[in-house]
Design a protein around this ligand. Structure first.
Ligand SMILES: *[C@@H]1O[C@H](CO)[C@@H](O)[C@H](O)[C@H]1NC(C)=O
Length: 165
């Protein structure tokens, strides 16, 4: 797969090739920062694993905390868990209890949206502790998998749509 950012004029094959180009990586982060700064977002929640690459630089730049949403049994403290269905079986995301306060405004970050199941679980976790999910932000969308339709009307912002040709 080759991805192309129309706005930034960047070509990359997967997110690791994007990361090899410091200017392209910075442009990617800057596009998110421009969109989310000044929006009173105090939580950037990154989904394991590649949400941990894009989430922290966005969080630092907009002055928000970074909250990792992890696979089961990775976080050392008390957690709340959210199961979700995958194509083949189930998976689960966990978040530390107390990491997010009721009423906080949160952004969910991942590298890619496919079927949307993981993003839904992430939003469920944040909403269960009383946070307001402002938006989900991903670098790449695979629109054919219709993940956007599963997000219950929550806004999704992506930089690149991949359509097989
Ligand atoms: C920003 O969000 C907090 C909740 O995290 C809220 O209490 C506060 O009123 C908001 N401030 C503005 C200016 O909207």
């Amino acid at each position: 797969m080759v991805f192309f950012f129309a706005t930034a004029g960047i070509m990359f094959q997967d997110i690791t090739t994007l990361l090899l180009d410091p200017k392209a990586f910075k442009d990617t982060i800057d596009l998110f920062v421009e969109r989310y700064k000044g929006k009173n977002i105090s939580v950037v929640a990154g989904i394991e694993a590649r949400g941990f690459i894009f989430g922290p630089p966005i969080a630092l730049a907009i002055g928000a905390k970074f909250v990792p949403l992890r696979k089961p049994k990775k976080l050392p403290g008390k957690v709340i868990s959210q199961e979700y269905i995958l194509e083949y079986g189930r998976d689960c995301l966990e978040m530390h209890v107390g990491a997010v306060e009721p009423g906080e405004r949160a952004l969910v970050v991942d590298d890619l949206i496919a079927t949307g199941g993981t993003l839904c679980a992430a939003m469920d976790l944040l909403e269960r502790v009383g946070a307001e999910v402002v938006e989900c932000a991903c670098v790449i969308e695979l629109p054919e998998l219709k993940g956007r339709e599963r997000l219950n009307g929550k806004p999704l912002y992506v930089l690149v749509e991949y359509v097989e040709i």
